[in-house]
Design a protein around this ligand. Sequence first.
Ligand code: GLO
Ligand code: MG
Length: 344
Amino acid sequence: MAAEYRFSFGPWNIHSGADPFGPPVRPSVSFAEKLKLYKQLGFDGVQFHDDDAVPDMEELAPAEIERQAKEVKKMLDGEGLVAEFVAPRLWEDPRGIDGAFTSNDPQCRAWAVERLKRCNDIANALGTRLHVLWLAREGTYIREAKNAIQAHQHLIDAINALLEYDPHAEVAIEPKPNEPMDHAYIPTIGHALALAERTADPGRVGGLIETAHALLAGLDPSDEMAFALALGKLWSVHLNDQNGLKFDQDKTFGSANLRAAFNQVRVLELGGYAGTGRFVGLDVKAMRTQKPEAAQKHLANSREIFLLLVEKVRTFPRDVERQCIADRDYEALELAVLKHLVGS
Ligand code: GLO
Ligand code: MG
């Protein structure tokens, strides 16, 4: 019944468990091996960083980047998978040390725009129009380091350069309020969609909402999604979970707050998200304690919880909901929700 949702994740979601305090604890899994796991785990879409597809892209000429990306497209075809989006990984290159699009160094900004164009070449070769901009280091550790007003104009200029380079390119901005920076520009979907309106072609700029990022901004992920849905701008999601205000945990969907997860699924149902054909992305990380053979469970488990919550949303007694709302008896509505969630 709920099978019309399509699911995606990125190769970085299967990882060897290194964290800032310790080395890898599991052998690394090759890209080809990861691709084999997608269907087994119930997924059809692959999310890419540009250098997930073409690892040495900085050393290669544009024609060679395109050739290698076409090889990856063949691998996707061979597995019956599609590319959902490509995101330029600007935050690992030395030129992105202080932000890329918003760097104070004009040469670094120029590099970032060129990299975005190569990212677009890769997206075209992989058969997707969608680019995700997670603006990792576009912000500051200390406010005095940049002119934040100019920085926002630089972001608009960079997006415009892509829109001009490829008249079919689409951009989904993935807001996040902090980490790795103290404060990032574009911390919420409101910021993202306001910026979108000031670009050269607002119809091609939308958003991707990640649960943990909204929680880190002190906001309710379902309301963030509702805002984007109301504007026709929810172009992808990164569902996961987050236990309070700390580092970005990317926990299994629903694992910290099942009711908040229920509400995210509810808003996707209310907004007809499945019918848009957009993917349900799961940006989740395995716990570092997981043994290699069990280090993909977080993906299948997140998908399973999502589908169970779809059933919960669809079977919630509408008559009770209507009556409680008509009576403005939200205590009764809340009890009905809680009882429905615990299966009583
Ligand atoms: C990190 C982000 C990251 C992005 C990915 C795609 O906080 O969530 O995982 O989603 O790099 O741009
Ligand atoms: Mg994400």
